[in-house]
Design a protein around this ligand. Structure first.
Ligand code: NAD
Length: 262
């Protein structure tokens, strides 16, 4: 009989790994940061928020017995991100996992959108992801190992009916393809890059004024007839962060309740 040495449950174990999560002060990033800690990782939590969001995340992680640090930084500021990675490597250890969830959303008809609105979103959602990956990969390439997960969106694959957000949709399509491009640049040096594309997810992002009345539409348009909870983004993130996905790089994992099938 063939003997297999693989211990399947251990595949998802993140013990001894150091993670950075951007956008960790709210919503999907906050829940994933806690989820990585619950799987054994120590986590640096980065956000530009100055309210209690980030401190809450750190406190929840420390309550699990894992180490956590809060980093106030903006993903559009590459020097500040570089300093953050140096601090993580100094205080926690070699960076092995990065989840880039920082992002914004807003809407306006394309023919009325100002350059400022367009540029501000692109700076955060596209350039911010690029800068984050760049500084994270510089550390991971030195160690010859790492997993980067970018939070894109199903809006990078489909156009959301009724939502006028050309810049957001384009930014998320950009994140998906940027992830594949970087995955191929680093494929032979131990660094994997993948993206997760959530469908409609119940977070503060979806409580912005133009969205509230849309929630029922979102639910009825989704084959599963409901929005995702932030809990449902944790499993996909642990999968991509861990050795369970050792042969996955350059994939976009749609977590959309079936939305893109219809
Ligand atoms: N909620 C959804 O339905 C949904 C669906 C698909 C994709 N997404 C994506 O998931 C990610 C997280 O969204 P969310 O729903 O959790 O939103 P959220 O608003 O709850 O959280 C986003 C976090 O990112 C932080 N952030 C924003 N700009 C930043 C910057 N320049 N530097 C550092 N931090 C910054 C915010 O302060 C906030 O804490 C985003 O990239 C979003 O586009 C969300």
């Amino acid at each position: 009989m063939t003997e297999f040495s693989l211990n399947a449950p251990k595949l998802f174990d993140l013990s001894g790994r150091m993670a950075l999560v951007t956008g960790a002060g709210s919503g999907i990033g906050q829940r994933i940061a806690l989820g990585l800690a619950q799987s054994g990782a120590d986590v640096a939590c980065l956000d530009r928020r100055t309210d209690t969001g980030l401190a809450d995340t750190v406190q929840m992680i420390q309550a699990t017995g894992r180490r956590a640090i809060a980093i106030n930084s903006d993903v559009t500021d590459r020097d500040s991100l570089s300093e953050a990675v140096s601090r993580i490597e100094c205080e926690l250890g070699a960076l092995g996992i990065a989840v880039n969830a920082a992002g914004i959303a807003n809407a306006n008809p394309a023919e009325e959108m100002s350059e400022e609105q367009y540029q501000n979103l692109m700076d955060i959602n596209m350039k911010g992801i690029f800068f984050s990956c760049q500084v994270e990969a510089r550390a991971m390439l030195r160690h010859g190992k790492g997993s980067i997960i970018n939070i894109a969106s199903m809006s990078g694959v489909i156009v959301n009916r009724g939502l006028m957000q050309v810049h957001y949709n384009a930014s998320k399509a950009g994140v998906i393809h940027m992830s594949k491009s970087m995955a191929m640049e680093w494929v032979d040096r131990g660094v994997r890059v993948n993206s997760i594309s959530p469908g409609y997810t119940a977070t503060p992002m979806n409580t912005r004024p133009e969205m509230v009345h849309q929630t029922r539409n979102f639910e009825s348009q989704t084959p599963m007839q409901r929005m995702a909870t932030v809990d449902e983004m944790v499993g996909p993130a642990i999968f991509l962060a861990s050795d369970a996905s050792s042969y996955c790089t350059g994939i976009d994992l749609l977590v959309d309740g079936g939305f893109c099938c219809w």
